[in-house]
Write a protein that binds this ligand. Structure first.
Ligand SMILES: [Zn+2]
Ligand SMILES: [Zn+2]
Length: 219
């Protein structure tokens, strides 16, 4: 899983209005029903995803957002289009995956500090995110949406044959690749040793009794 998990922003005091996923909602107004649409192209400030596949840091993310004022706050419906990159879990070749994800989050208006918190506020384990100085941080909702839409085991193609378990050869590059019983690497190695001894012929040499012995008997 991602190390960037959702965290409620109730303790965050300020948001940087220039941060990629911070949206200023001031000009929407507070009249329920008012609506605004906007598009932004941002660069991922850090890798967004999981180890094997992610929108890499610096990659473009096209955001299409609809902001709607509702009674409790601002409802933001978003679409993010980006390209994730990673590697195939079978053959380890690099791959890219187009992403087109949707997310929606209700950002509540900041409570009036003069109002006392109710017991319900304290009981709420997963509170709705709040607007901070009229700004919404879409980061957590966007990260959740991206991670949920990424495959945990990305494949370069559904039928990727992977790597040869014996020698690591990329099987997609050589579909007929296989090792028969007589063609194992050990047999080849033994063949080389045998040829080596044979080429020496009947010359006496230490520590190699059997093959040179047989060579002498045959000749
Ligand atoms: Zn593959
Ligand atoms: Zn092989």
């Amino acid at each position: 899983m991602s190390s960037q998990s959702r965290s409620p922003n109730r303790h965050v005091k300020h948001l940087d209005p220039r941060a990629p996923f911070v949206i200023d909602t001031h000009d929407l107004g507070r009249s329920p029903g008012s609506m605004r649409e906007l598009e932004r192209i941002e660069q991922a400030p850090q890798s967004i995803g999981i180890d094997v596949i992610a929108i890499r840091e610096g990659a473009s993310i096209k955001l299409s957002l609809r902001l709607e004022a509702v009674v409790q706050g601002v409802l933001i419906t978003g679409r993010a289009v980006a390209e994730a990159s990673g590697e195939c879990v079978r053959c380890l070749e690099p791959l890219t995956l187009p992403l087109d994800v949707y997310f929606q989050e209700l950002f509540t208006y900041e409570p009036d500090p003069r109002q006392k918190k109710t017991a319900q506020d304290f009981d709420d384990d997963d509170p709705l995110p709040e607007l901070i100085d009229g700004m919404a941080d879409l980061g957590p909702a966007l990260i959740d949406a991206v991670v949920l839409n990424l495959p945990y085991q990305p494949l370069c193609r559904p039928d990727c044959p992977g790597l040869c378990p014996d020698c690591g050869q990329l099987l997609a590059a050589d579909p007929t690749h296989k090792h028969s019983q007589n063609d194992s690497r050990w047999a080849e190695l033994q063949g080389l040793v045998f040829e080596d001894s044979a080429s020496i012929g009947d010359t006496e040499h230490l520590g190699d009794g059997s093959s040179s012995q047989r060579e002498q008997e045959e000749s």
